[in-house]
Design a protein. Structure first.
Length: 256
């Protein structure tokens, strides 16, 4: 929202759903943290026309032309007439989220800006990673509904570290039945949806973590002694330590 200079109240409900699905898709099915350049590659921001409010729900996300084959199908419920009469906003005690109810969003060039060539290197790797997944938007939503988490909310850890019933990021400890999960998800999408889970596709969690790679990082200290001119410098390099990290997935954008 800071990048686009819009407020939470400016977003249409389907846009909030799009963002939630994208976040959970990245964390629980790609095994990476949400990737903003991938998001910019897939989506652009638009201003809503018509006679409705220019503030509440005044902007929406749109999948770019030609991106349907590169992203999961998200059959949104487009019949949301009167939704704003059922929503309300509460003043924040701490201004952590931009929410200016008096601000009317103005079109900006970055609403449609795409990642540059350097940023696309990582995007292409993530797109290749997603090709083998047989998923649809309603299944991604059902996944975060059954876990009882809010993808857009700041959480202690991402979905690929989810710890089950005792996880601290759950909004409620009560379990939902399959029917309850399906009914809640059905309200978000068009009638033409299916909740049959594809074989071989399973959400990541702490017991089913993403593939990991061990990275050894050598840290060096450079001691620089200047002589008579700035162009003449003598450098002494000394290794001062080696550290090992565990990372989910292979480092995006790095190749051997």
């Amino acid at each position: 929202m800071e990048f686009w200079a819009v407020s939470l109240c400016n977003l249409h409900p389907n846009t909030i759903l799009h963002v939630s699905i994208f976040i959970h898709f990245c964390e629980a099915f790609l095994g990476v943290l949400p990737h903003f350049n991938l998001f910019r590659h897939l989506f652009c921001l638009k201003k809503k026309g018509g006679s409705g409010s220019k503030v509440v729900g005044g902007v929406y996300l749109q999948l770019r032309d030609g991106m349907a084959s590169e992203y999961i199908n998200v059959p949104l419920n487009t019949s949301l007439k009167g939704w704003n009469s059922r929503w309300f906003y509460i003043k924040q005690s701490h201004p952590l989220i931009r929410c200016d109810v008096h601000y009317i969003p103005v079109n900006h060039s970055n609403w449609s800006e795409r990642p540059n060539n350097a940023e696309m290197e990582q995007v292409m790797e993530l797109l290749e990673l997603s090709k083998g997944l047989e998923l649809r938007g309603e299944l991604v939503a059902a996944s975060f509904i059954v876990r009882r988490i809010q993808p857009c909310k700041e959480r202690a850890h991402p979905a690929f570290d989810f710890k089950g019933d005792n996880d601290g990021t759950r909004e409620s400890t009560d379990r939902l039945s399959k029917k309850e999960v399906k009914d809640r998800a059905m309200d978000l999408f068009s009638s033409n949806v299916s909740f049959s889970w594809p074989k071989g596709t399973k959400a990541f969690n702490c017991t089913n973590p993403p593939p990991q790679v061990t990275i050894s990082l050598r840290v060096y200290q450079a001691i620089i002694a200047e002589h008579s001119t700035d162009s003449l410098m003598k450098r002494f390099i000394r290794r001062i330590g080696q550290y090992t990290f565990q990372m989910c997935r292979e480092p995006i954008g790095q190749k051997e």
